[in-house]
Design a protein around this ligand. Structure first.
Ligand code: GLC
Length: 534
């Protein structure tokens, strides 16, 4: 079947290269290490990797503080290693998109160093300066736990500079056409090398205007459309994925008229999946999907359960945020900014049924799913580590030294091995050989997801099943229809659905169900999910 827009039916996988596999023995994962593990990713069935930043960087924000847009951090390897990774991935039909941090650079970037040193430098105007710290008061602070202002005094420059994130990350000034040109050059550099696209970081904040909250400004959309046009004209088939932690109605313009982003993360859906599972009530999910406008045919949402950041609660009400913190982050150390710094399995009390259920929702909701590395084996986290590092620990390959991640005496972060998250269970090798493991279940879900185009391209219709404890919906595309049932509660639920069709087959477990007189009656075990074809 011809599906030209590959990303609509793709399964994505987010890789933190430092955590994945250390080929050099220095205690840090690297590009060659990732290349050596591509067979694993191919076996898992993922179509596209999103790599967190691998650029030269002082790593004050784990690489989201870029010091050179056209290089590789020495601890990750070289540009040649990057090319080899791309070739090896493409040979396995795996695409790679990389992080493109548009909004800011590191303060160590030569542009900033030149800018601060000399008012007359052409680079001065690459950043946003002011003699006072009272402009753009309408802009909120994002890293509320660390930053008190979006302005920081630079004694060398003798002025304040503007930054939406850490004060080590000065914002670029996109009002300056030279900055726009620089970024187009960066885009060309990587796309010429063969990268399949970018996850564009923190895009709502590219421009500043007095009297606004400095988010989602029209100027931002004009610039992004320019980037898209440049890609369409020169690199058709490559994609742009938008990171805008905003309401669906605010994200909708980032798709434009299919002339801005190909994809955008669905931020508000994510916390509501956790709410629905905790409350045993489909309503939060249903509500947020109702708030979600339709998007152009060739565009796609990107859905996720977890990523490398805190589980953000910016897109829930104050009351729901408190509730989520109480339920999912009872220990204050689990909280960060407006979110929760925990991984998927710990969030769900390492309850296998709920972990699978959350993934069932992820894989069957509209959008293309992204899996965060390690969540496919149910890795734990470490709240004792600073900032978001607790969810960025080494990938666990086997029960050997350093979980098979590295043979260095000292590694960048400790492996997770405790009484709940036991390394002898939570590792790839052990789960690979066990058909009942989470890893193999994930593999089956990914395979089923890819086989059924309707999950990527189909519409969603909620089904009345008689109880809010079950999220019941159908997905349909061309001649295919799937009926999805997710029991969100910890008790058995009987559903009764009025439906056309006779025989329904669960595509994951091959169980059959018969409708009688146009009614499908099924009893679901606690947290049971079914993907029925028929
Ligand atoms: C994005 C990244 C986050 C980073 C921030 C600043 O939100 O996901 O990790 O800290 O941008 O670049």
């Amino acid at each position: 079947m011809n599906v030209p827009h590959w990303y609509k039916n793709a399964v994505f996988y987010e890789v933190y290269v430092r955590a994945f596999y250390d080929s050099s023995g220095d205690g840090h994962g690297d590009l060659r290490g990732l290349t050596q593990k591509l067979d694993y990713l191919q076996d898992l069935g993922v179509d596209c990797l999103w790599l967190m930043p691998t650029y030269p960087s002082p790593l004050k924000d784990d690489g989201y503080d870029i010091a050179d847009y056209c290089g590789i951090h020495p601890s990750y390897g070289t540009l040649d290693d990057f090319k080899s990774l791309l070739d090896a991935a493409h040979a396995r039909n795996i695409r790679i998109i990389m992080d493109l941090v548009l909004n800011h650079t590191s303060d160590q970037h030569p542009w900033f160093q030149a800018a601060r040193a000399d008012r007359n430098s052409p680079y001065r105007d690459y950043y946003v300066w002011s003699d006072t710290d009272d402009k753009y008061r309408g802009a909120r602070i994002i890293f509320v736990d660390t930053e008190k202002s979006n302005w920081t005094w630079d004694p060398v420059a003798g002025q304040f500079f503007w930054h939406r994130f850490y004060s080590s990350q000065p914002d670029l000034n996109y009002d300056n056409p030279a900055v726009q040109e620089e970024i187009l050059n960066v885009i060309s550099f990587w796309l010429d090398m063969g990268v399949d696209g970018f996850r564009a970081d923190a895009v709502p904040y590219l421009f500043e205007r007095e009297g606004t909250n400095c988010e989602n400004l029209p100027e931002t959309h004009v610039l992004l459309k320019r980037l898209r046009q440049f890609i369409d004209e020169n690199y058709p088939g490559r994609i742009l994925l938008c990171e805008a932690n905003q309401w669906p109605r605010e994200v909708r313009p980032y798709f434009g008229n299919d002339d801005e982003f190909h994809m955008a993360f669905h931020f508000p859906l994510m916390p509501r999946i956790f709410m629905s599972i905790r409350r045993g009530d489909a309503e939060p999910i249903r509500w947020v999907l109702e708030q979600t406008p339709s998007i152009p045919n060739n565009t796609q949402w990107c859905t996720f359960l977890r990523n490398h950041d805190e589980l953000t609660l910016e897109m829930v009400s104050e009351e729901d945020r408190q509730w989520m913190w109480n339920e999912y982050a009872p220990d204050p150390r689990m909280r960060l900014n407006l979110g929760i710094r925990r991984r998927l399995a710990p969030l769900l009390d390492n309850d296998r049924r709920r972990i699978e259920l959350a993934n069932s929702l992820l894989f069957t909701m509209p959008g293309s799913p992204i899996v965060y590395y390690g969540d496919e084996i149910g890795m734990g986290d470490n709240i004792l580590l600073h900032d978001r590092n607790g969810v960025r620990t080494p990938m666990q390959w086997n029960i050997g030294f350093n979980a098979g991640f590295s043979n260095a005496g000292e590694i960048y972060a400790p492996v997770i091995d405790n009484s709940v998250f036991k390394l002898r269970e939570v590792n790839v090798e052990t789960q690979h050989g066990d058909p009942s493991s989470l890893l193999q279940t994930m593999q089956r879900m990914i395979a089923a997801r890819k086989k059924h185009l309707t999950l990527g391209c189909g519409n969603l219709e909620w089904l009345d099943c008689g109880t809010r404890s079950v999220a019941a919906y159908s997905r349909a595309f061309r001649r295919e229809r799937l009926v999805i049932l997710n029991n969100l509660s910890d008790s058995q639920q009987s559903v009764n659905i009025k439906i056309s069709g006779q025989t329904f087959t669960d595509v994951l477990k091959n169980k059959k169900f018969e409708a009688v007189n146009g009614q499908l009656q099924i009893s679901l075990q606690p947290y049971e999910y079914l993907w029925l074809e028929g």
